[in-house]
Design a protein around this ligand. Structure first.
Ligand code: FAD
Length: 406
């Protein structure tokens, strides 16, 4: 394994860092004040489109997609994307500037991998251009959705159409007025074998049967303008051409979508943890109690040292998973993806918690990103597969691998 960054990546890292320094860091406070103001709920920060244009011109656009897509994506490998996503993880709202934000990235991957030429033309192109946003509707309130075979939404064939009925929630991006398309998971054949009952279908958000019933906050954060929506699908009628890949292929698509999506979250979590470490280290030189500067207390040095060890361990595990995905594909890398999906959110939570503690009251307030980081990292212990589900699968795989050994 060689994790040395290629020249192209060193160049992109420099470019992205300069972009942050020139355009993003100076306005961080202003954007946060706008996004946290309840009067601005579901409104994008007005300077966003201008920054997106600048990123596009700088060639910092669609860095996530591991194959080139015309002029719109440089086609970086997962290993190459990791250090760039880490930089974006340092500010929660920054990924969209580079068209690298979830859930649009996962949805674009689905359409790039499995979409028909017509579906790509109608929905993938504007998503890759960043002119519209999207949502992914899998989770349902009435069933344990961490087992996707439980999903109950029905996708029923009717003549040249499908009729869709069900309730979804935690549909990230669903509150955004720019959200024009949803990928919906449901059952086309409840009698088929367990993993062939589900399908995925494209549903325009302006379909009259789509009703956004309420926004869901995360520890009080609205995550505006994207938000997380509860959505009622009532007799939603769409043409058969909207089905992705074919009936019964939904589970296969979900697996293809979630692997890259999971590792992208982990890359950003490393960035969140790294920034938290920097915030705590800086504070350690600034404050004193009982005649000593924080940096001279051994308990504080230990917290900082421990955090540095844990971040580097998680970073290397992320790179190892990314490297295997590049060399052997997502399926062959599922154990490493599970490992990092368990490790990264828990690592980030520990580091962010230490940074909050060292920052004192300031750590839980609005003047550092730490409180929002904590909420975002906590979500990732359960979203895109709860820890226990990854351990359940990983444990099974490890036991199987060693069951013949004595
Ligand atoms: C902020 C946020 C954004 C999200 N965005 C999206 C989105 O855009 N689209 C989407 O479709 N979904 C989204 N989700 C939903 C998320 O993926 C689900 O919440 C997650 O998959 C868990 O499903 P569930 O909530 O139904 O919990 P359940 O399936 O009911 O599981 C609850 C808990 O049961 C335990 N458990 C489950 N299985 C096992 C097991 N095998 N062994 C031991 N314990 C187990 C785990 O502790 C688990 O956390 C989002 C969630 C949040 C909070």
């Amino acid at each position: 394994m060689n994790f040395d960054y290629t020249e192209r990546i060193i160049e992109l890292q420099k470019k992205l860092t300069s972009f942050f320094e020139e355009y993003i860091l100076p306005i961080e406070g202003e954007v946060n004040a706008f996004l946290y103001n309840p009067d601005n709920r579901w409104k994008p920060w007005p300077g966003m489109e201008d920054l997106k244009e600048k990123a596009k011109t700088a060639g910092l656009w669609n860095l996530f997609l591991p194959k080139s897509y015309g002029d719109l994506s440089p086609g970086l490998s997962n290993l190459e994307y990791a250090p760039l996503a880490e930089i974006m993880g340092r500010i929660l709202w920054s990924s969209e500037i580079f068209n690298c934000n979830a859930p649009d990235t996962g949805n674009m991957e689905v359409l790039a991998k499995y979409g028909s030429p017509e579906q790509q033309k109608q929905w993938l192109n504007p998503l890759m251009e960043g002119t519209i946003r999207s949502a992914f509707l899998m989770t349902e309130p009435q069933v344990a959705s961490s087992d996707a075979t439980n999903i109950e939404t029905t996708i029923t064939p009717e003549g040249d159409d499908y009729l869709i009925n069900g309730t979804k929630w935690w549909s990230s991006g669903g509150m955004n007025p720019a959200c024009k398309i949803a990928i919906v998971m449901g059952k086309t054949d409840p009698k088929a074998p367990r993993h062939q009952q589900q399908s995925m279908i494209l549903v325009p958000m302006d379909n009259p049967g789509v009703k956004v019933t309420r926004p869901l906050s995360v520890f009080g954060f609205n995550d505006s303008p994207e938000g997380h929506a509860e959505i009622e699908l009532e007799n939603v009628r769409v043409p058969k051409e909207n089905l992705i890949l074919g009936e019964g292929r939904g589970f296969e698509i979900a697996q293809g979508r979630l692997g890259p999506g999971r590792i992208h979250h982990c890359m950003r979590l490393i960035g969140m943890a790294q920034r938290s470490l920097e915030l705590m280290s800086r504070r350690a030189t600034e404050r004193s109690t009982f005649g000593k500067t924080f940096k001279d207390y051994s308990s504080i040095r230990q917290e900082i040292a421990q955090s540095q060890c844990e971040i580097e361990q998680a970073r290397l595990l992320t790179l190892s998973a990314a490297d295997k995905m590049d060399k052997l594909g997502n399926k062959a890398s599922k154990d490493l993806i599970a490992m990092i999906k368990i490790v990264a959110p828990n690592m980030a939570l520990k580091v962010i918690d230490r940074a909050i503690q060292i920052r004192g009251g300031m750590g839980v307030g609005p003047d550092t990103p730490l409180a929002h980081f904590y909420a975002a990292a906590r979500v990732l212990r359960l979203a895109d597969g709860p820890d226990e589900v990854h351990m359940y699968q990983l444990g099974k795989s490890v036991i199987r691998k060693h069951s013949g050994n004595h």
